[in-house]
Design a protein around this ligand. Structure first.
Ligand SMILES: Cc1cc2nc3c(=O)[nH]c(=O)nc-3n(C[C@H](O)[C@H](O)[C@H](O)COP(=O)(O)O)c2cc1C
Length: 207
């Protein structure tokens, strides 16, 4: 029997760590989305969160194309997803394509941190969304050439990822067994000792 959305949230919850923001521990990336629209007011909040992300030279190179179900933008973004992602992401009420301006505005020199900054802004979106009870799932599985062409994205902007956003749905409603079973798998992470070093290959002492 497949787990319910509530049961799977419990399973996916990161182990509690004293002092880490609850929203960080609760956020995860479901593929099952409920048939429920997101209010314009909540959409505004998630983009406000992105606005306040840090960026190199405060360039704020991120730009987002917002596709709300029923709109041309939604259909175009959805059509550029790879088939694996289309199988679940087209149930989400919102698809957002993130792109990054690859030159600085103040001197037109290359901004090698543009995609890095888009990632930071996207991270802010995921956490703000989670705080509002919304689910997000980012996707690199996008035909970038197709997205650029059908959305008329200038060459100056590098294409990042697409984010599905909406309310979490029931795992059992996913299109196939592969999706349903991965929806209820526990989340895994590398250990801090692998990620944080005081010298190369020497884990930092963190407590
Ligand atoms: C940049 C990026 C690209 C991703 N691309 C895909 C994708 O194309 N399809 C997919 O199903 N999940 C995709 N994911 C989701 C990751 O697999 C997921 O975030 C990761 O397994 C960690 O799980 P969690 O977000 O639930 O903690 C992507 C995530 C990121 C950040």
């Amino acid at each position: 029997m497949t787990l319910s959305a509530n049961e799977v949230n419990t399973l996916k919850h990161a182990p509690a760590v004293e002092g880490v923001l609850p929203v960080i521990l609760e956020r995860w990336s479901p593929r099952a989305f409920a048939d429920r629209d997101v209010s314009p007011a909540d959409l505004k909040k998630v983009f406000e969160a992105a606005r306040w992300a840090p960026s190199s030279y405060n360039e704020q190179p991120w730009r987002f194309i917002l596709g709300v179900r029923g709109s041309t933008a939604y259909d175009k973004i959805g059509s550029a997803l790879i088939p694996f992602n289309q199988a679940w992401a087209l149930k989400a009420p919102v698809l957002i394509l993130g792109v990054a301006k690859t030159r600085f505005s103040h001197n037109n020199s290359p901004n090698n941190y543009a995609i890095f900054d888009l990632g930071a802004a996207s991270g802010f979106i995921t956490l703000q969304a989670a705080a509002l009870g919304l689910a997000t799932h980012q996707m690199a599985g996008v035909d970038k050439d197709k997205a650029r062409e059908i959305l008329a994205i200038p060459e100056l902007y590098e294409i990042g990822s697409v984010m599905a956003l909406g309310y979490q749905g029931e795992p059992a409603a996913l299109a196939n067994e592969q999706l349903t079973s991965s929806e209820v798998e526990p989340r895994t992470r590398k250990s801090l000792s692998e990620l944080v070093m005081s010298a190369w290959d020497q884990p930092a002492k963190l407590s």
